[in-house]
Design a protein around this ligand. Structure first.
Ligand code: NAI
Ligand code: MG
Length: 533
């Protein structure tokens, strides 16, 4: 009898041989477990798992592929990570579907899901320095930014959505005679989530928190340039006690893993952050597969408008932050600055002086303001735009070249200002995604509104003025999902974020995103209504 019981237990279990080879009875194929690696990051030993995370275990890729993760400060490889392909996505979707249907998750008390997110947030706080170190070496971020923005922004998001757990409810109505109707907010199902390299940890949190708290399950794809923080988070997800299969992570490339997610017939929703070009591909993939729900957070070319009555020093400080945050690799960066002609010269002089103070260099040096750009492709793209700006006749006011201040082999860029930029120049129209800003002059409010809205993008915009009537009038007229008055580049997880026009579909953050992770089911109860004859 004992042997029958233990056989039942065995069927649930994963057998791990001394060689680290594992065999799951519930899955026909063999999958070997992937190990963790210890990386020495600026004198600190940090352990990070390197496998594909499915059903709460780290596996090797089915096809045996790996890819190198690079440190942008040196251009050298940090560690090899398992590279997922279509067959790994298949296994992850199956795990996520099983978990979605499993009683343990499907009928779970929402408060329990909130507790899991809070537990995850506490584990992050315990491992704070390791997580920050991984994010820094993978992205090139400075400690100042990673510790005051990326990390607290990620933990804050998890805690905020933990608080929503037992507050997502429906409505009820007696307004239709003869019936009582109510609505239920149900999870959508398996959610594919594809994130970029500019804010890997924060985008991971922004994506998983609202999805999981509402009872969905997830197949996550981190960016090929920056998988490390997601790998670490998977370890913590298991430790926090999330049931197996609720969160799965397939590191790999867009054309394989990303595309398999976007085209999958058993994924019910995709949430994507990245370029507008890839956003279009994902929307098309939804249209030709199963019409999965799609939300997109895409690019931007956001205007930053300065009226002559604004406090000039405040404007200079916020405008510099508007472009320097994350070294310009921010979708809502203030890349088009429009300055009123009366203060144009003063602004350009003070702003140039401020930007010239930025210290570029090794991101692990605490005195550094700007580390390397995230990857070589991105640096090359920035340099191409600088060349195009010069050729189209804009003036380089500051910078414009690769910076030699950092480590040899790294992707460092000088903070760059273009002046005399005309509306039809490429550097005024297209997203550069680097520390490059275009400045232009205006004379009337009507003129600057026209210039500001003359863009395919509509992610963010700012206005600087002491006149609050003007501030409200102008922000009302700006076609952008986020607008700021007398500040720039401040986004909080409790406030909706998303784009007008080609900057995206749907909203993240705040209560708004919960709409995107739930289906609303209407239920009518007959309260005496007669059947039609
Ligand atoms: P991307 O949009 O191609 O990459 C973002 C994510 O999408 C990555 O995880 C990538 O692997 C995945 N992906 C790529 N192709 C895919 C496909 N066919 N199907 C599904 N997923 C796919 O952005 P990329 O190439 O890294 O950067 C190019 C430009 O995009 C940047 O220069 C910048 O202008 C913009 N960008 C904007 C971001 C934002 O936050 N809005 C973030 C990253 C890039
Ligand atoms: Mg990297």
């Amino acid at each position: 009898m004992a042997s029958l019981k233990s056989l039942a237990r065995l069927k649930q279990a994963t057998i791990i041989s001394p060689a680290g080879f594992s065999w799951r009875f519930s899955h026909v194929r063999f999958a070997s477990t992937a190990s963790s690696k210890v990386i020495n990051i600026a004198g600190r030993d940090v352990s990070v798992p390197t496998g594909i995370f499915i059903n709460n275990e780290f596996r090797k890729s089915i096809g045996g592929n790996t890819f190198a993760v690079e440190n942008p400060a040196t251009g050298k490889s940090i560690v090899e990570v398992e590279e997922g392909r279509e067959e790994d996505v298949e296994a992850a979707v199956k795990a996520a579907r099983d978990a979605f249907q499993n009683e343990e998750w499907a009928n779970s008390d929402p408060a329990y899901r909130g507790e899991l997110l809070n537990k995850l947030a506490s584990l992050m706080e315990r491992d704070k320095e390791d997580i920050i170190a991984l994010e820094m070496i993978d992205t090139g971020k400075t400690y100042r930014q990673a510790s005051t923005l990326d990390f607290p922004g990620s933990v804050g998001t998890l805690k905020y959505y933990a608080g929503w757990a037992d507050k997502v409810t429906g409505m009820s109505s007696f307004n239709v005679p003869g019936t009582f109707a109510y609505t239920r907010r149900e999870p959508i199902g398996v959610c594919g989530q594809i994130i970029p390299w500019n804010f890997p940890l924060m985008m991971f949190s922004w994506k998983i928190a609202p999805a999981l708290v509402t009872g969905n399950t997830v197949v996550m794809k981190s960016a090929e340039a920056t998988p490390l923080s997601a790998l670490k988070m998977c370890e913590l997800i298991k430790e926090a006690g999330f049931p197996a299969g609720v969160l799965n992570h397939v590191p790999g490339f867009g054309k394989t893993v990303g595309s398999a997610i976007a085209n999958h017939m058993d994924i019910d929703k995709v949430a994507f952050t990245g370029s507008t070009t890839t956003g279009r591909t994902i929307l098309k993939a939804s249209a030709t597969s199963n019409l999965k729900k799609v939300t997109l957070e895409l690019g931007g070319k956001s205007p930053n408008i300065v009226f002559p009555d604004a406090d000039i020093d405040n404007v200079v400080a916020w405008s510099a932050w508007g472009i320097n945050l994350n070294f310009g690799q921010t979708c809502h960066a203030g890349t088009r600055i429009y300055v009123h002609e009366d203060i144009y010269d003063t602004f350009v002089q003070k702003f140039t002086a401020r930007m010239a103070e930025i210290k570029v260099g090794d991101n692990f040096d605490p005195t550094t303001d700007q580390g390397p750009q995230n990857n070589k492709m991105q640096l090359d793209k920035i340099l191409e735009y600088i060349e195009s700006g010069k050729q189209e006749g804009a003036t380089i006011q500051l910078g414009g070249k690769v910076s030699t201040a950092g480590t040899k082999g790294g992707y460092y860029m000088e903070p760059t200002i273009f002046t005399d930029v005309k509306p039809d120049m490429k550097i005024m129209k297209e997203e550069i995604f680097g520390p490059v800003v275009a400045i232009s002059k205006f004379s009337t409010e009507a003129e600057v509104l026209k210039l500001a809205n003359d863009s395919n993008y509509g992610l963010a915009a700012a206005v600087h003025t002491k006149d609050y009537e003007r501030a409200v009038r102008v922000t009302n007229a700006l076609q952008a999902g986020t607008t700021w008055v007398n500040m720039y580049n401040f986004v909080h997880w409790s406030i909706p974020f998303g784009g007008y026009k080609e900057s995206g579909l749907g909203r993240e953050c705040g209560e708004a995103v919960l709409e995107n992770y739930t289906e609303t089911k209407a239920v009518y109860l007959n309260m005496g209504k007669e059947a039609p004859q």
